[in-house]
Ligand binder design. Structure first.
Ligand SMILES: *Cc1c(COP(=O)(O)O)cnc(C)c1O
Length: 453
């Protein structure tokens, strides 16, 4: 299997090279040249498989340049860090209504599914190619901690995560700064998230520095992340009663569009289902797109579901590529127009493509209370968005993207108690090791230089 760029101007790569490259040189994102199609017979053969075995059956169609035994071992290692035996348990709330819990990984959010695997892929590449890798990124929350836990203690790798001092939640900071691993560096920047991001951008722009230290980005656009995420949709689909599978709607709390894109691609691989609903918070660029056909940036306003506070959904470009018939030139034109004006209007927009809903903070609080009252289920603020506008009579699977224990303040305000999780409790007794640095590129450059592998 070869991988091509959504913008059509970069040479096709193998799976391993596409994973190592991240963003394509033409500015596009990698996708498989063709998508496999799963037959009904194959799908019924998959039904009894446990999570890791299913993941292997799926990924071996894509990671065709990775020896199968190595791939299987990487997958087993990736999901051995999860605390639930089903990895992605499907919880039934009532007839036709399910929650797919994606928060049993080491950092208690769905990003662990992809970043545990990506960490093992990086480690494998370092070993096979005799290379080192230094991962550098800025985070305001979940992605940084999930990336750190993907690379924790892996030989040949180091990870440097910048975050704004005093502006992440105390738990999020502990997840990044209390790991005890030598190759993890939590850099608290005396500035804003934008300052941290600007520093990272400047360091990546320094070609000499980037190449010398083999810098790699923690990004939401790596091809391996999307493919790893397809697997839990398939796993959940296979666990639904057979009679409702083809009518099921997956409801996905959405920010960057990475999670829902994976499900949508799985549907294109021949897995029959009703479709998807994109559930946004008050930062509703995607809700507006799917209801009006207009894609327009707006200022981000901080919400109770912070991991969905985004301005531009970077993975949207992959969806666009399929929507315009895999025409790289069209994608270039549209992305160029979007970049220049902050807006793009689709001429003929099919509103039935994906359903969408949006949730204000007040609605999030109301839904957390409603879900708890009705089903005795505790949803985190991101997951709560998925319970808005459920279609009565349609089988629905709401994706639970984070553990409620990650948001104790919100849950206390709404429900009057704080959910806890043993892994977060353990963090409280661990020493916090962070490096406070001024918001200056030279200070971060010097730090990375001194600690890079
Ligand atoms: C990252 C994240 C999201 C948004 O996922 P996307 O793939 O960016 O759409 C939703 N919920 C939680 C808890 C997250 O960490």
């Amino acid at each position: 299997m070869r991988y091509v760029s959504t913008r059509g101007l970069s040479p096709a790569l193998s799976f391993s090279d596409a994973v190592a490259t991240g963003l394509a040189p033409d500015g596009g994102l990698y996708l498989p040249e063709t998508l496999p199609r799963f037959t009904a017979a194959e799908l019924s053969r998959f039904a009894p498989l446990e999570y890791s075995a299913l993941c292997f059956e799926f990924l071996r169609r894509f990671a065709t340049d990775v020896p199968e035994a190595a791939l299987r071992a990487m997958i087993d290692r990736s999901y051995a860090t999860f605390s639930h035996r089903d990895i992605a348990p499907l919880v039934r709330l009532q007839e036709g209504l399910y929650v797919l819990e994606l928060f049993h990984g080491p950092t208690l959010a769905f990003k662990d599914f992809a970043l545990q695997l990506l960490g093992n892929l990086y480690e494998h590449q370092c070993r096979v190619r005799g290379e080192r890798i230094n991962v550098l990124g800025a985070t305001s929350g979940d992605t940084g901690s999930a990336a750190i836990h993907g690379l924790l203690g892996k030989p040949g790798t180091a990870i440097f995560i910048l975050y704004p001092e005093g502006r992440t939640s105390p738990l999020q900071e502990r997840q990044m700064a209390c790991t005890g691993a030598d190759n993890v560096h939590a850099l608290a920047i005396e500035g804003t998230f934008d300052d941290a991001q600007a520093i990272v951008k400047e360091l990546f722009g320094d070609q000499d520095f980037r190449i010398r230290h083999r810098l790699s980005a923690v990004n939401s656009i790596n091809l391996a992340r999307v493919l790893a995420q397809c697997v839990y949709y398939l796993y959940a689909w296979l666990r639904l009663p057979e009679g409702i599978r083809s009518e099921a709607e997956f409801v996905v709390p959405t920010g960057n569009f990475g999670n829902v894109l994976a499900g949508w691609m799985l549907q294109r691989m021949g897995v029959p289902m009703h479709g998807f609903r994109v559930a946004t918070n008050q930062n509703d660029i995607l809700h507006r797109l799917f209801t009006t056909g207009e894609y327009r940036v707006a200022a981000v306003s901080p919400s109770l579901a912070p991991s969905m506070d985004i301005q531009i959904a970077s993975n949207f470009e992959r969806f666009l590529y399929y929507s315009v018939g895999q025409d790289g030139a069209r994608v270039r034109t549209i992305m160029g127009q979007f970049k220049a004006s902050g807006c793009y209007r689709f001429e003929s927009w099919d509103q039935s493509t994906l359903a969408a809903s949006r949730c204000t903070d007040a609605e999030i609080a109301g839904l957390i209370a409603h879900v708890h009252r009705t089903w005795g289920y505790v949803a985190d603020p991101h997951t709560a968005c998925g319970f808005k506008d459920l279609v009565v009579g349609r089988p629905s699977v709401v994706l639970a993207t984070a553990s409620p224990a990650k948001f104790p303040e919100t849950l206390r305000t709404v429900l009057g108690f704080e959910p806890t999780h043993p892994s977060l409790e353990r963090l409280k007794s661990r020493p916090l090791v962070k490096h406070l640095l001024p918001a200056r590129t030279d200070a971060v450059r010097a730090f990375v230089q001194a600690r890079a592998v």
